[in-house]
Design a protein around this ligand. Structure first.
Ligand code: SAM
Length: 166
């Protein structure tokens, strides 16, 4: 759940929040402000590179949290240390991760099941989300097969892209 998205100012950052979360194992993203360009860009990546990642914009965080069955993890530099939080977050439930843009409403801190910091320095929602997801999935999402039309094959030098038959 990405909150505080402003389509003009944040288009690149929110696109990268979505792409990074997809690459690192998330199943989808909610964005609080309606943005059809963003939706189109992310769906185009999914169409080419595979997986079942979904995007929905114009979703209020309060509604999303109310309807969500699982644990809510809010990433904030003020939260408990990621190393302390990880063992407490259940593995047999879905999790919703909330990241902000500018100031996050105080209610988010109250509503979250876990307020988690990725270091105690201010940095970025993209970095926080990527590090948290990589630790949560123990790195397993990085090279998981998405069965896309295109597969990039790791290569020491040069680019190897395989076009898969449909
Ligand atoms: N100053 C804002 C505030 O007080 O909420 C934070 C702005 S920061 C540019 C945007 C988002 O990045 C935050 O809402 C949070 O989700 C994430 N973030 C930044 N630093 C973080 C850290 N050290 N640990 C976890 N999340 C962080």
């Amino acid at each position: 759940m990405r909150i505080g998205h402003r389509p003009e100012r944040d288009k690149r950052v929110t696109t990268h929040v979505a792409l990074s979360s997809r690459a690192l194992g998330a199943k989808g993203i909610f964005v609080d402000t309606y943005d059809e360009v963003l939706e189109g860009n992310i769906r185009s990546v999914v169409e080419r590179f595979g997986g079942d990642y979904t995007i929905k914009t114009g979703v209020s965080w309060k509604e999303a949290v109310k309807d969500f069955k699982g644990k809510v993890v809010h990433l904030t530099m003020y939260g408990q240390a990621v190393t302390d939080a990880l063992p407490k977050i259940p593995r047999d439930e879905d999790i919703m991760i909330i990241v902000g843009a500018e100031k996050v409403p105080a209610e988010v801190y109250q509503r979250a099941d876990f307020n988690v910091s990725v270091g105690n320095q201010p940095h970025s929602e993209i970095a926080a989300l990527a590090i948290f997801l990589d630790r949560f999935t123990e790195g397993k999402a990085l090279y998981s097969d998405r069965h896309g039309k295109l597969t990039v094959v790791p290569n020491e030098r040069g680019k190897t892209v395989v076009e898969n038959p449909e």
